[in-house]
Ligand binder design. Structure first.
Ligand code: S3P
Length: 160
């Protein structure tokens, strides 16, 4: 069974996945390789729906493995993905408040998320609010990561 980390952009999915298993799989990294451009470029060239279709296809592939997976924050937009994630044995939701996430995303100069670039703060917050219930519906376990160090989060996941 795959161990899948879900949560909004900036929640630390990749950082935690790497600490859990150095051979973790980062969905955005695989998709970036498959599309041959950045996700932002792909969004403007082919549209978000096209990206979502590739993302769903990849999720189905990864659910068949026993990997630790860092998913993209928008994976829960698709109803079928939510269903698959909730049926998976270990789907862990890394939950944090909006202000914390917004600060982290703003400070991330290496990863310019398309939805962050193209939305005002209030529209971005509306996306966050809409998705919260979807993360809840999709997860089998939830961890509040707002004011915790990565090492503490990993210990909590591992039950240490
Ligand atoms: C997205 C989150 C990104 C990436 C894409 C869309 C989203 O992943 O998949 O930019 O819709 O929330 P991260 O959550 O890893 O930033």
């Amino acid at each position: 069974m795959a161990k899948i980390l879900i949560g909004f952009m900036g929640a630390g999915k990749s950082t935690i996945a790497r600490l859990l298993d150095e051979n973790y799989v980062d969905m955005d990294a695989i998709l970036t390789e498959r599309i041959g451009m950045t996700i932002s470029e792909y969004f403007s060239k082919e549209g978000e729906d096209s990206f979502r279709a590739l993302e769903s296809e990849l999720l189905e592939e990864l659910l068949e493995t026993d990997k630790v997976v860092s998913s993209g924050g928008g994976i829960v937009k698709n109803e079928r993905n939510r269903e698959l994630l909730s049926q998976n044995q270990e789907t862990i939701y890394l939950e944090a408040d909006f202000d914390t996430l917004y600060k982290r995303i703003s400070n991330d100069k290496e990863n310019k998320r398309p939805l962050f670039i193209t939305n005002s703060r209030s529209d971005f917050k509306a996306i966050f609010e809409e998705r919260k219930v979807w993360y809840e519906d999709s997860c089998t376990r939830k961890i509040d990561v707002t004011s915790k160090l990565p090492e503490e989060i990993v210990k909590e996941i591992q039950g240490i």
